[in-house]
Design a protein around this ligand. Structure first.
Ligand SMILES: Nc1ncnc2c1ncn2[C@@H]1O[C@H](COP(=O)(O)OP(=O)(O)OP(=O)(O)O)[C@@H](O)[C@H]1O
Ligand SMILES: [Mg+2]
Length: 531
């Protein structure tokens, strides 16, 4: 059958409310999968839709669901199944945006969340349920969720859902939906042949849409690999982090334990990263995800729980610290970057023994992954020098140099301009007492000494080379709004730091600083004895 190609959402028969919502979401024209899937899906046929990561599969089923659900009828009419909790939340939110003007209520239902709260929400009523299989079954068994009026079922990440781990649950759930006039749609960026075959069992003459041209991966993602030995893998990773210009990155490990160990190893080296895996409580998972989505965490270290579906636009890098187990996993992992037309960088670390796995991935994606050599230490310092230079250029261009100009003027009368500039740079990078720092365990800073009326605040930072007293001053000033010049002595010890502030400011400083960050490190502030 020829599939009709459409140019705008307006050319598809969509309600005014949905068109309005799509335009508010910034969707100007349908993506390729949407162009092909929407007319078929709206007609009610079963379909299997395969399209590259980040190309709008969610809306390809979210729009038809929104159009088909009757807002006046208070019963669950559509069901979307996802493999992870985070994805259930995200898909439910995207559907909520699409049906903003249709008075339809989607509800995410997933494990780890209070079941009582879910029962109340279900009783209150919703028309679209987006959930993970285990928890949905739980509700079906308790009788707190019934599906007799469900007409549309979607398996997002269908190949994963029909894989061994989930298939029994999926079958049990499908049994609860009347097969009579049920529409079943499967979506994924990968759809292995055996899964397509298996899917026939549940589908009626499904239409198959395959959008990806030759490559399974998005061409805007640059893909490289580094060969490294197991022993120096963490150091290799750190060098890569130091040289890449990472906006936000997801680092994948094979196991939960591997994730925790890598987070600890990164922290010990002064990098801040957060872990995401299935052993965390749901509250922790939610918190980690929120901070990452809000751009507060730069690096997320995760198991494959984050491999599929997650849509976070600022992710510039995906790093496979461990090579994925199966080639499909690679496609999904690296697909967390380079979404909706953006560029992305995918980096894979392999040991000499893992070339075979790498070749299998290349075969599947029909693309060569380029080999790169690890950056040397001099590459890194070159890179840092470059960054520093760029920051200075920005400052010069902004031209807000105020009082610093007169200091510069005074210095230039006595010293050579090269000397002055170089000293200023050294001060900026290494801090005021860089020379001594290596010898001393304790670093002090400040000029007021133990002035009267000052309190000492205890900060749990640990001593890190990159954090200097002036970082702390600037950070306190930014976070609490108190002027930097009221801060007195700063003592940096090996494991903690004391900062002196006038008593009247102490409350304000304390108030903003619980669990805050300096240069990516968590900081707890507690009051210590007044002097
Ligand atoms: N027509 C469109 N115009 C502009 N942006 C769109 C359009 N359709 C979807 N998007 C946006 O593109 C991003 C990626 O979409 P989505 O998450 O649905 O991708 P996906 O195909 O499901 O990817 P994955 O295989 O990783 O699950 C989302 O932020 C979504 O809001
Ligand atoms: Mg998706």
């Amino acid at each position: 059958m020829m599939v009709e190609r459409l140019q705008t959402f307006g050319e598809i028969t969509l309600s005014k409310q949905v068109l309005q919502a799509l335009s508010e979401m910034g969707f100007e024209e349908p993506s390729p999968i949407q162009k092909e899937a929407l007319p078929l899906a709206l007609n009610g046929v079963d379909l299997i839709g395969q399209a590259q990561t980040g190309t709008g599969k969610t809306a390809a089923f979210g729009i038809p669901i929104t159009e088909k659900v009757n807002p006046k009828f208070q019963a669950v009419q559509a069901l979307v199944l996802t493999p992870t909790r985070e994805l259930a939340v995200q898909v439910s939110e995207e559907i909520a945006k699409i049906c903003k003007y249709r008075h339809i209520k989607p509800l995410p239902i997933y494990g780890g969340q209070s079941i009582d709260r879910q029962i109340r929400a279900l009783r209150y009523g919703c028309q679209v349920v987006v959930g993970t299989p285990g928890r949905l079954l739980d509700h079906l068994n308790r009788g707190t969720l019934r599906l007799p009026y469900v007409k549309t079922v979607v398996l997002d990440e269908a190949d994963e859902m029909l894989d061994m781990g989930f298939i029994e649950d999926i079958e049990s759930i499908l049994k609860e939906v009347s097969a009579e006039d049920r529409q079943l749609m499967l979506f994924s960026a990968t759809m292995p042949l055996e899964i397509r075959r298996l899917a026939q069992r549940y589908m009626r003459e499904p239409h198959t849409i395959t959008v990806s041209r030759d490559e399974l991966t998005v061409p805007l993602i640059d893909q490289v690999f580094y060969e490294t030995r197991e022993k120096i893998k963490v150091d290799a990773l750190c060098r890569i982090i130091d040289t890449e210009d990472i906006g936000q990155g997801i680092i994948f490990c094979r196991t939960k334990r591997g994730v925790d160990e890598l987070v600890a190893a990164l922290e010990a080296r002064g990098y801040f990263a957060e872990a995401l895996h299935g052993d965390l409580s749901q509250q922790q998972r939610d918190r980690v995800m929120k901070r990452f989505r809000d751009g507060k965490t730069e690096l997320l270290v995760a198991t494959d729980v984050a491999a599929r579906g997650l849509d976070i636009d600022k992710v510039t890098h995906v790093i496979n610290f461990d090579i994925p187990q199966d080639p499909e996993g690679y496609v999904h992992r690296i697909g967390r970057t380079g979404r909706a037309g953006r560029k992305g960088q995918a980096i894979t670390l392999i040991s000499p023994k893992e070339y075979r796995q790498l070749r299998l991935i290349e075969q599947l994606i029909k693309t060569r992954i380029r080999r790169q050599e690890l950056p040397s230490l001099s590459d890194i310092s070159e890179r840092q020098a470059e960054n520093l230079k760029n920051q200075l250029i920005k400052l010069i261009q902004k031209n807000h140099l105020g009082a610093y100009r007169s200091i510069a003027g005074a210095l230039l009368e006595e010293y050579d301009s090269m000397e002055v500039a170089a000293a200023a740079l050294k001060y900026a990078v290494e801090g005021p007492d860089a020379e001594q720092r290596e010898e001393d365990d304790e670093i002090s800073f400040g000029n007021t000494g133990a002035a009267a009326g000052m309190v000492r605040l205890f900060m749990n930072i640990g001593r890190v080379q990159q954090i200097r007293p002036q970082d702390i001053v600037r950070w306190i000033a930014e976070e609490s709004g108190v002027p930097g010049n009221i801060i007195g002595m700063i003592n940096i010890y090996d494991k903690f730091t004391f900062v002196e502030v006038p008593e009247e400011y102490a409350q304000r400083v304390l108030g903003c600083m619980h669990q805050n960050m300096i240069k990516g490190r968590k900081v707890n502030v507690e009051p210590a004895k007044a002097r």
